[in-house]
Design a protein around this ligand. Structure first.
Ligand code: DQA
Length: 157
C-alpha cells in the first residue's frame, strides 16, 4: 500500500528546484549538461505518472519561496524531491523546513558537488534526506523519483 495523506485522490510528489536551475541548458553545459530544466521535469513527471503519482514542480531563485512550498507540502504531499542548487551548501532554514516535513525527501544534483570546489562539499539537506543522488545528470532525477516512490510504498509495509 502506498502511503499518502488522507483525502488526496492521487499521491503527489513535489519536485523543488533552487536558484539558477532555470538556466539549465545554457548555464555551464560542461558541468550540468545541455538538457533544460523542463527536460528534467518532463522526465520526472513521466516516471511519476507511470507509477500513478502526480508531480508538481516549483523552481525559485528565492529561499523563502522554497520554504513556503515545503510548509504547504506538509500533510498534503507524499514525498519531496529537491535540487536546492547552491542553497544546498548553506541554507539551514531550508534544512529546518525539510526537517519539519513528515514524508520522504530525496536530494538530487546533476553534478557531484563532492568532486568540485570545497565550499560545495557540505550539504545541509543530506542529514534530512532519505537518499542523495549526485553526479548522474538527468538520469539522477528519474532515479530520485523511483527512490521517493519506493520510500512512500515502504512506509506502510
Ligand atoms: C547543483 C550543484 C550545486 O553546487 C550548484 O550550486 C547548483 C547545481 C547540481 O545540480 O549539480 O546550482 O545542485
Amino acid at each position: 500500500m502506498i502511503w499518502h495523506p488522507i483525502g488526496v485522490a492521487r499521491p503527489v510528489i513535489l519536485l523543488l528546484s533552487g536558484p539558477n536551475l532555470n538556466l539549465l541548458g545554457d548555464r555551464a553545459p560542461e558541468v550540468y549538461g545541455t538538457e533544460t530544466l523542463l527536460d528534467h521535469v518532463t522526465a520526472s513527471r513521466e516516471r511519476a505518472n507511470s507509477q500513478e503519482f502526480d508531480l508538481e514542480h516549483i523552481q525559485s531563485n528565492h529561499e523563502g519561496d522554497l520554504i513556503d512550498a515545503i510548509h504547504a507540502a506538509r500533510k498534503r504531499v507524499a514525498a519531496i524531491v529537491i535540487n536546492p542548487g547552491a542553497l544546498t551548501h548553506y541554507a539551514w532554514a531550508l534544512h529546518d523546513a525539510l526537517e519539519a516535513y513528515e514524508g520522504p525527501i530525496v536530494e538530487v544534483h546533476l553534478s557531484d558537488p563532492a568532486k568540485r570546489e570545497s565550499w560545495r562539499h557540505l550539504s545541509v539537506v543530506e542529514p534530512v534526506a532519505t537518499a542523495s543522488i549526485v553526479g548522474k545528470g538527468g538520469a539522477g532525477y528519474v532515479e530520485a523519483i523511483d527512490i521517493a516512490i519506493d520510500a512512500c510504498t515502504k512506509i506502510n509495509e
